[in-house]
Design a protein around this ligand. Structure first.
Ligand code: FES
Length: 167
């Protein structure tokens, strides 16, 4: 026995199914975006460093536990790797950059090689600000700096930051 479906019923059923599909797709898209945003900072690749106003202008602040140093210029902030590009030893911060205690390589404050045996510059890490604190993505190294502009409200709170406030 066959059941005949009228054109009107067929069209109605088709519209209902298409509507349900569209609603489902929209929910999946929204859920995916919310999930991505929520997991961005809960990922173990992102580490919270400290309040943004902790770093003085033109400073290098090591965080050996994360193998990074925070590089602060007058108006920008970034994170550079503390792993020597020769054989991976942890670098020391010196006056104008970084020194490797293993074989003596020296790097400038932006990671440029001053003396070997290392030949490659230091890589960088992505940085971002959230709720007034600096976060660094330690899971991926970048060949170029990922500078974050420092907001005026942070410059106003940073002790000894006259240069940043004027600039
Ligand atoms: S590991 Fe740094 S110079 Fe060799």
């Amino acid at each position: 026995m066959t059941t005949r479906v009228s054109r009107r019923e067929f069209l109605f059923n088709w519209l209902v199914m298409a509507g349900l599909g569209a609603v489902g797709t929209a929910f999946a898209w929204i859920f995916g975006n919310v999930w991505t945003a929520a997991s961005r900072f809960s990922s173990s690749s992102w580490v919270q460093i400290s309040p943004m106003d902790r770093f003085a202008p033109d400073s290098l602040t090591p965080f050996p536990e994360h193998k990074i140093a925070i590089v602060r210029s007058s108006r920008k902030i970034g994170a550079i790797s503390l792993e020597c590009t020769h054989l991976g030893c942890l670098l020391n911060v010196i006056d104008q950059g970084f020194f490797c205690p293993c074989h003596g390589s020296e790097f400038g404050s932006r990671g440029q090689v001053y003396s070997g045996p290392a030949t490659d510059p230091l890589p960088w890490h992505e940085v971002t600000e959230r709720d007034g604190r600096l976060w660094v993505h330690i899971g991926e190294k970048l060949t170029r700096p990922s500078w974050l502009e420092i907001e005026r409200s942070v410059l106003d709170r940073t002790p000894g930051d006259e240069a940043g406030r004027k600039g």
